[in-house]
Design a protein around this ligand. Structure first.
Ligand code: GDP
Ligand code: ZN
Length: 450
C-alpha cells in the first residue's frame, strides 16, 4: 500500500435527512478520531457515541463515530464514519472540521478507487458499486449486487485460469520445435481451447443480457407528422410531456421519456419528423433526432393505416440505419373499421406489424413486450449479473483472439500469441493490468463519497 493522504466527503445525499454521514479514509486515523471526540479511543467496528468537537473544544454536533482499522475496511485503509445530524449546515461544519484536521476533499469514486487499488475489489466489482447506486430498476439493482459480490468476476477469473493453463502448455513446447505438434495433440490443446471458447460464449451471452439491463434500450418513434408519435410517447410514459396538437410539424424537439418494462429501462425518443427544413429551431431538433436514430436499438415506424404509407414515411424509412430493427406500428385503431384492422405489412424491413391506439391505450402491453424481444431480452434469470458495454467489448475481443488461435494450425508461436492477447482482454475486465487513464475515466463517473 502506497503513502496516501486522508480523504473526506459527505457520503449521504445532499439535502436534509435524519442522519448524515461523513466518511474518511486514510492511513492512521486514530489521532483524528481522538481529536474530534475530545480524547476518546474508538474500538474498531463499535459505535462510539460522542460530541464532535471544533478546534477550541466546542460541540459542532453529536452522534456516532465508527472506526474501521486497516485493512479490515471498505478501502483497506483506516476508515471513519461520523454519523451526525443530517442537515446541510451540520454536515458542512463537520466536513470543514475534518479538512482542518488534515483531510482533503475526496474526488468522485475515490473511496472505491482506493478499495480497488488495495485489492479489496476488482474493477468489475468496483464498477458495480456505481451501478448499484445508479440502478434504475429493482432488477438492475439485484444484478448489480450480484456483480458486486463477484458473480461476474468469478466467471472471468475461471476463464483466465483456463487460458493461463493452456498458455503454459503451449509455451512449454515452443522450446522444443521437433516435438511440439505431437505434444500439443497428446495434451489435447485444441480440445481445451474449444472448451474455453464455449465457456466464453456462455459468459458473453449472460453479459449481453446484463448490459441490456444496465444500459437500457433506446427506442425511437419515427413517422410522418400527425401519425401519433407524441401521443404514443405520452401514452407509454403515462403522462403528458410533449405538446400534442393537430397542426403538422409542431413537435419541434426530440422529447424523451424513460420507462421500465420488466425491469429493463427503455428510453423512448420522439423524433422531430426527420425532414429537411429551413426553420432554425426545427433544424436543431432534427439534428438531435438523427443522432437519436443513429444510437437507437429499435425504431417504431408509426403509420396511420387509413392513409397507408405515404412518400414522407418512405423517405423516413429509407433514412434509418440499415441494421436497426424496426416494428411497423399501425396507430389510431379506434378510428378504424374491422376491415382495416387486418394488419397488412407495408414496410418490408419491419420485423413485425402491430396495431395500437395511442389515444385509448390499446395494444401498448403487447408493444412493450415486442420491444424487449427485439433486443433479445430473456427475462431476469438466476445467476445473471450486471455488465457494461466496456465488458462486452473486452469479451468480444477475447472471443476473436480465441477464434484466431483456433485457426493457427501448426503455427504454435502464433497460437501462443493469440492466447496471450485473449488473456489481456479478459484481464481488462477485472482490471489486473488496466492503464491509469482508464481507471480515471471509470472512477470519475462515481458520485462523491463512494
Ligand atoms: P405526431 O405529429 O406524430 O407527434 O402526432 P400527435 O401525437 O401530435 O397526434 C396527432 C393527432 O392525432 C392528435 O390530434 C392526436 O390526438 C391524434 N391521435 C394520436 N393517436 C391517436 C389515436 O390512437 N386515436 C385517435 N383517434 N387519435 C389519435
Ligand atoms: Zn409529435
Amino acid at each position: 500500500m502506497s503513502e496516501t493522504v486522508t480523504i473526506a466527503a459527505i457520503a449521504t445525499a445532499p439535502g436534509r435527512g435524519g442522519v448524515g454521514v461523513i466518511r474518511l479514509s486514510g492511513q492512521n486515523l486514530m489521532p483524528l478520531a481522538q481529536k474530534i471526540t475530545g480524547g476518546k479511543t474508538p474500538k474498531p467496528r463499535m459505535a462510539l457515541y460522542s460530541d464532535f468537537l471544533s478546534e477550541d473544544g466546542q460541540a459542532l454536533d453529536n452522534g456516532l463515530l465508527l472506526y474501521f482499522a486497516a485493512p479490515a475496511s471498505f478501502t483497506g485503509e483506516d476508515v471513519i464514519e461520523l454519523q451526525g445530524h443530517g442537515g446541510p449546515v451540520v454536515m458542512q461544519m463537520l466536513l470543514a472540521r475534518c479538512l482542518e484536521l488534515g483531510a482533503r476533499l475526496a474526488e468522485p469514486g475515490e473511496f472505491t478507487k482506493r478499495a480497488f487499488l488495495n485489492n479489496k475489489l476488482d474493477l468489475a466489482q468496483a464498477e458495480s458499486v456505481a451501478d448499484l447506486i445508479d440502478a434504475s430498476s429493482q432488477s438492475a439493482a439485484r444484478m448489480a449486487l450480484r456483480s458486486l459480490k463477484g458473480a461476474f468476476s468469478n466467471h472471468i477469473h475461471a476463464l483466465v485460469d483456463d487460458v493461463i493453463t493452456l498458455r503454459m502448455l503451449v509455451e512449454a513446447t515452443l522450446d522444443f520445435p521437433e516435438e511440439d505438434i505431437d505434444f500439443l495433440e497428446a495434451a489435447d490443446a485444441k480440445g481445451k481451447l474449444r472448451k474455453i471458447r464455449e465457456q466464453l460464449d456462455g459468459v458473453l451471452a449472460q453479459a449481453q443480457q446484463g448490459a441490456i439491463l444496465r444500459e437500457g434500450m433506446q427506442v425511437v418513434l419515427v413517422g410522418a407528422p400527425n401519425v401519433g408519435k407524441s401521443s404514443l410517447l405520452n401514452a407509454l410514459a403515462g403522462d403528458d410531456v410533449a405538446i400534442v396538437t393537430d397542426i403538422a410539424g409542431t413537435t419541434r424537439d426530440t422529447v424523451r421519456e424513460m420507462i421500465t418494462v420488466d425491469g429493463v429501462p427503455m428510453h423512448i425518443i420522439d423524433t422531430a419528423g426527420l425532414r429537411d427544413t429551413d426553420d432554425v429551431v426545427e433544424k436543431i431538433g432534427i439534428e438531435r433526432s438523427h443522432k437519436a436514430v443513429q444510437e437507437a436499438d429499435v425504431a417504431l415506424i408509426l403509420i396511420d393505416p387509413r392513409e397507408g404509407v405515404n412518400a414522407r414515411t418512405q423517405e423516413i424509412v429509407a433514412s434509418l440505419p440499415e441494421n436497426l430493427p424496426c416494428l411497423e406500428i399501425h396507430n389510431k385503431s379506434d378510428l378504424m373499421g374491422s376491415e382495416v384492422l387486418q394488419t397488412q405489412q407495408y414496410i418490408a424491413r419491419a420485423n413485425d406489424v402491430m396495431t395500437i391506439s395511442a389515444k385509448k391505450g390499446a395494444g401498448l402491453q403487447a408493444l412493450k413486450q415486442a420491444l424487449l424481444q427485439q433486443v433479445g431480452w430473456q427475462g431476469e434469470a438466476e445467476g445473471l449479473f450486471l455488465a457494461r458495454s466496456r465488458h462486452l467489448h473486452a469479451l468480444e475481443q477475447a472471443k476473436q483472439e480465441l477464434a484466431f488461435a483456433a485457426d493457427c494450425g501448426e503455427m504454435i508461436d502464433l497460437f501462443a500469441e493469440h492466447l496471450r492477447l485473449a488473456q489481456i482482454s479478459l484481464n481488462d475486465i477485472t482490471g489486473e493490468f488496466t492503464a491509469d487513464d482508464l481507471l480515471g475515466v471509470i472512477f470519475s463517473r462515481f458520485c462523491i463519497g463512494k
